[in-house]
Design a protein around this ligand. Structure first.
Ligand code: ZN
Ligand code: ZN
Length: 256
């Protein structure tokens, strides 16, 4: 299994260490054809990219593409800001971006105060090994599914990392809307049982590094181990072994 494209990498525009150019150079050295620069979205309290930085991000991506020959997509890892599915990349931002990832994060300005429980509240439960309530699972599932329905998301990142959704329901929603589910090589998120169950829905996968430093760009080791353990068919993963995905956001932008 080799990586054709790595669609989830961070830079100093949020809290990654490698610059856009350095991440692209590393991808080139590894024979990776495309890379996504996907810093944290605007409502991330500590690390979110600022809107005024977007022109410079776009310029860096274009220059890195020119310098390396790797296709460099201007992306974002948007925050899902509540059960309504509100995401912090909005239609007025779309023209500047090529790639739309979204996930649930802890340190975010949430839509409503009560939405904090799907991020911060869930993270604390995870750390303290407290079982999530049915209502928390329902709200988190709603947040993911509404996000996929309301926004032209390309990828849902690290589903159920420190939070609790009905993974199968989210996967079915992704499958029905042409949104990829990520298998992250950075951290454990879906359990083996959950991964097997979501794979059975027929959802399409991407496997990404979520690199926050240059040396981790293109690093799949942790994800590959889980994929082999669970026996996910490699044909269900669209950014490996020479394959490239079809992205929903690019299609959406063509028609709007
Ligand atoms: Zn993330
Ligand atoms: Zn990330």
């Amino acid at each position: 299994m080799f990586l054709t494209a790595d669609y989830h990498t961070h830079t100093p525009y949020s809290h990654g260490k490698g610059t856009v150019l350095e991440n692209a150079q590393r991808a080139a050295a590894l024979g990776i054809k495309q890379i996504g620069i996907t810093d944290h979205g605007f409502s991330h309290i500590a690390f979110g990219i600022r809107r005024k930085q977007v022109p410079s991000l776009v310029r860096d991506c274009r220059e890195a593409e020119e310098a390396t020959g790797v296709k460099v997509l201007v992306g974002i890892e948007s925050n899902i800001c509540g059960a309504s599915g509100l995401c912090d990349l909005t239609p007025s931002d779309y023209e500047n971006f090529d790639l739309y990832l979204a996930g649930i994060h802890v340190y975010v300005h949430y839509d409503r105060a009560r939405d904090r429980k799907i991020g911060m509240g869930a993270m604390l439960r995870t750390k303290l090994h407290i079982k999530p309530s049915k209502s928390l699972i329902r709200e988190t599932t709603k947040a993911y599914c509404n996000a996929v329905q309301r926004n032209p998301l390309d990828v849902v990142t690290h589903l159920n990392f420190q939070c609790f959704a009905g993974a199968v329901e989210v996967a079915e929603c992704c499958r029905d809307h042409g949104t990829y589910l990520e298998i992250s090589a950075k951290k454990d998120h879906l359990s083996d049982e959950e991964l097997a169950a979501v794979a059975a829905t027929g959802v399409r996968f991407l496997v990404n590094s979520d690199a926050h430093s240059v040396d981790r760009v293109g690093d799949l080791a942790r994800a590959q181990a889980q994929i082999e353990r669970v026996g996910i068919p490699l044909e269900q993963i669209d950014n490996i072994d020479g394959r490239l995905p079809t992205f929903r956001f690019a299609e959406y932008k063509k028609h709007h």
